[in-house]
Design a protein around this ligand. Structure first.
Ligand SMILES: Nc1ncnc2c1ncn2[C@@H]1O[C@H](COP(=O)(O)OP(=O)(O)OP(=O)(O)O)[C@@H](O)[C@H]1O
Ligand SMILES: [Mg+2]
Length: 347
């Protein structure tokens, strides 16, 4: 069980003038799964490599259980990294690949043998120990890579986009497997992904990093309910931002007044609401009801997206297709946004 504490981590690669990481700080509790989420080039792999000790930071600190590990050699840190691309040793068979970390630790042969078979069973790949990596599918190779990392019972498991090469079905299966194994072994895990949905499903907490800067570090649901700023809200699919001012417990805007949730911190600027939280109303008798015009409808399969206009504001709403099957472009409708689905941000 290991707490990981990252403090003001900054990285400027040699020859570069812009930092790839800008004073990143995270407190990660023992036994939890934290995702570092962000688009390509935002500094995810850089962060993992510094934690693993594979590259140096420019400034800042990384501590395991309160003790800085920056001067500890990578192989002594107890952190194991599963890389984004280089999965398995191509010249070793699966048995040798999985047992690699244990052989380095000089365990006796019988013990290593038992652990390899146990681990291959856990990742649901029995009977493949004699095959070479190139004789496995991409998904099977990723499971072997996971087994090879878990077998040494690391204090900290660092997974760099381990599911990026898989099809959708296998990704979901592997996500569940990672979550199950991570819980079973209670390993503090940092999981890197650029896929928002994946991060939400797998994580206890998510660190959203954009351009090397931490934008929000929070439970998955708070990125939807309580985004810290507009960039965070946008990354998580929120499209509706209305400018205005706060007065008592109401948000005053050019399209009307909105009652806010009672526990909302005063946080002026923009009112935001998610497309899926808009409801269709019958009339304007409810709280936070507006008459809007349907200007576009797009069928997305599981949902139908409507673009709605009121005065100069245009916003998006998504509905169950059956709920809006009779609506056409040009229709006027009432919509309603419950106060509990509203949130305000400064920028
Ligand atoms: N060795 C290096 N020398 C110079 N710049 C580097 C080096 N490695 C990474 N960078 C730069 O640092 C930034 C962060 O890179 P990093 O590999 O951490 O991104 P990432 O979030 O893992 O992206 P991806 O999702 O594409 O893997 C990028 O702009 C990248 O070009
Ligand atoms: Mg990367």
């Amino acid at each position: 069980m290991t707490n990981v504490s990252i403090k003001n981590l900054t990285k400027i690669y040699q020859g570069s003038t812009v930092p790839s990481l800008k004073s990143l700080s995270l407190e990660i509790n023992s036994g939890t799964l934290t995702s570092i989420l962000g688009p390509s080039g935002c500094g995810k792999t850089t962060t993992l490599k510094i934690i693993a000790g594979l590259i140096n930071q420019t400034s800042g600190d990384v501590a395991f259980d309160g003790k800085s590990v920056l001067k500890v050699k990578p192989e002594k840190r107890g952190a194991v990294m599963v890389f984004q691309n280089h999965l398995l040793f191509p010249y070793m068979n699966i048995y040798e690949n999985v047992g690699f970390g244990l052989r380095m630790r000089n365990l006796n042969k019988a013990e290593i043998n038992k652990k390899i078979y146990e681990m291959l069973k856990l990742v649901q790949l029995p009977n493949i120990e004699n095959r070479m990596p190139k004789e496995l599918s991409g998904g099977e190779q990723q499971r072997v890579a996971l087994a090879r990392a878990l077998i040494v019972q690391p204090k900290v498991l660092l997974l760099d986009e381990p599911l990026s090469n898989l099809d959708n079905h296998l990704r979901i299966e592997m996500r569940n497997l990672i979550k199950d194994l991570q819980k079973k072994f209670a390993i503090t895990t940092i999981f890197v992904t650029h896929d928002q949905e994946e991060a939400v499903e797998i994580s206890d907490q998510i660190a959203l990093v954009l351009n090397g800067k931490l934008e929000q570090f929070d439970k998955p649901e708070n990125f939807f309910k309580r985004p810290a700023n507009m960039k965070t809200a946008r990354f998580f699919g929120c499209k509706n931002f209305i400018s205005g001012t706060l007065k008592n417990n109401k948000f005053i805007s050019s399209i009307g007044e909105f009652y806010l949730p009672k526990d909302l911190p005063i946080n002026g600027g923009f009112l935001i609401f998610r497309p899926e939280n808009i409801q269709i109303g019958k009339d304007d008798k409810n709280m936070n009801t507006m008459k809007v015009k349907v200007i576009e409808r797009i069928f997305l399969g599981k949902q139908t997206r409507l673009k709605l206009a009121i005065k100069d504001e245009i916003f998006e709403a998504t509905f169950n297709p059956y709920e809006v099957k009779n609506l056409i472009e040009g229709n006027d409708i009432y919509i309603n946004i419950p106060p509990s689905c509203l949130w305000t941000i400064k920028n």
